[in-house]
Design a protein around this ligand. Sequence first.
Ligand SMILES: Cc1cc2nc3c(=O)[nH]c(=O)nc-3n(C[C@H](O)[C@H](O)[C@H](O)COP(=O)(O)OP(=O)(O)OC[C@H]3O[C@@H](n4cnc5c(N)ncnc54)[C@H](O)[C@@H]3O)c2cc1C
Length: 510
Amino acid sequence: MVSDGLGASGLVDTIQYILSPREAYAAEQQWRVVKRSVDARQRELKVHLTVLTDEQGHPIAKDAPIPLYAPPVFQDVHDAKRQVVIIGAGPAGLFAALTLIEHGIKPIIYERGKEVSERKKDIALLNRNEGLNPESNYCFGEGGAGTFSDGKLFSRSKKRGNMQRVMELFHYFGAPDTVLYEAHAHIGSDKLPSIIKRMRECILEHGGEIHFETCVTSLKEVRGERLEVRGTPIILAIGHSAHDTYRMLAAEGVKLETKGFAMGVRAEHPQALINKLMYHLDKGERDQLIKLVGNASYSLVTQVEGRGVYSFCMCPGGHIVPAGSTADGCVVNGMSASHRNSPYANSGMVVQINPEDIPGDDPLRGLEYQEELERLALTHGKAPNIAPAQRMKDFVDGKASKDLPACSYLPGIVPSRLDQWLPAHIGKRLQQGFRDFDRKYPGFLTNEAVILGVESRSSSAVRIIRDQETLQSISTPGLYPCGEGAGYAGGITSSALDGINAALKIAALA
Ligand SMILES: Cc1cc2nc3c(=O)[nH]c(=O)nc-3n(C[C@H](O)[C@H](O)[C@H](O)COP(=O)(O)OP(=O)(O)OC[C@H]3O[C@@H](n4cnc5c(N)ncnc54)[C@H](O)[C@@H]3O)c2cc1C
């Protein structure tokens, strides 16, 4: 019997098993499994199951209730003396707001996009290629970039704080039990909007404020109110796509620096092919495993000429989506619904870019570099959002694709010579990267797969420099840059945790 650190949830007594897919499937029908991961490193696949036990160490039955964590206690902050302004209602902003309310502090959130149900309508238009709303899209709006995503909640690092608390809050607002124990939990783009809506309702009910369709264009003033006069702390949780806001911050003297990021393409294979490559099993066992853990994913990494080339944000059974926030570029990303059951498997395939790779010393030069590549992709696709695409093997062999395979990307794709127009330091490295990945998983490099341009927003190209201890901007006291846009987090969970940490710092000031 082992205790595996789930104590915060009260899940203390557990036992671990390493089983074949068939045995694991049988075990899951009987027992209360609290953690599951698949070890695909060996040719013989193994499933690691952690099962909840009673005091005698016997596995607990499947339908026994899961012992829960202490639920959050939100205070009434309608008339709270302390207030905090939050810019951005993504995971960082929302989790910061919830934490402030737990500490009796009133959050006032400004969000440039719309509330989630209105945002859905703009996303539907975007997918039908009927126009991009620059303020309401896959990046901007309630819930931030994470709302219409795969909702992978991966980061379980204990280094930066209480990640289990992030999972518990997601669970409290409606995420499935699996987020409490799965090593690679995910929620899905169909479920996330209602979770985000419940968070908003909780914030409003307890006296917080949320102002949608309010883009903050100066740190000095919002909606005619002077922020500096209010003297309230400001949590800056803008995500990494608000290039105009970064430019405003630079103009207002907030200290920024260029940071390393990554750019490339999004690749899509038939999911059935990825299942075959990743699950080295006969068909019967493979189907059994898929029933248990779902469609296969992958995580690939190699080094080419001193730079990392790697897969990013892999979405099994997912869709490629138009993820730009301006009409002058073509940007793609990926997502999947909770069942992950589309016939496609997509993933970002990106090349690491270091600050020294971009000439100059302007802290915003990384943004300009991203925008340049996005404009290039637009000129090779078809405005507004038809993405340039090439079959994967044709890309590696330097050949035009005469036609393209079926693809999940709804606005449409058009054949293009990505091998010719991608900057060589990205294109050549990707070509070698695909060859390397094919050596690891023979069959990965295939013309059944297609690549789309460009995946340019995988991470922030800017850091808003903050003091490690106080978490305040080193140039602008009272400003708390946090989340992905600040350059200190990446992904939903670490951004949410960064928001919590910023709120805790403010709460501790007293
Ligand atoms: C399609 C897609 C799929 C993804 N899939 C995953 C995944 O499966 N797992 C994962 O971990 N991560 C995923 N990500 C990344 C993840 O969404 C981000 O890492 C995360 O949302 C960052 O959180 P954040 O709160 O820091 O910023 P964001 O979520 O970007 O939120 C920032 C918010 O600030 C608002 N804002 C910006 N500027 C202003 C301003 N001036 N005034 C007012 N409001 C402003 C924006 O409108 C936005 O709502 C995905 C991203 C995309 C686009």
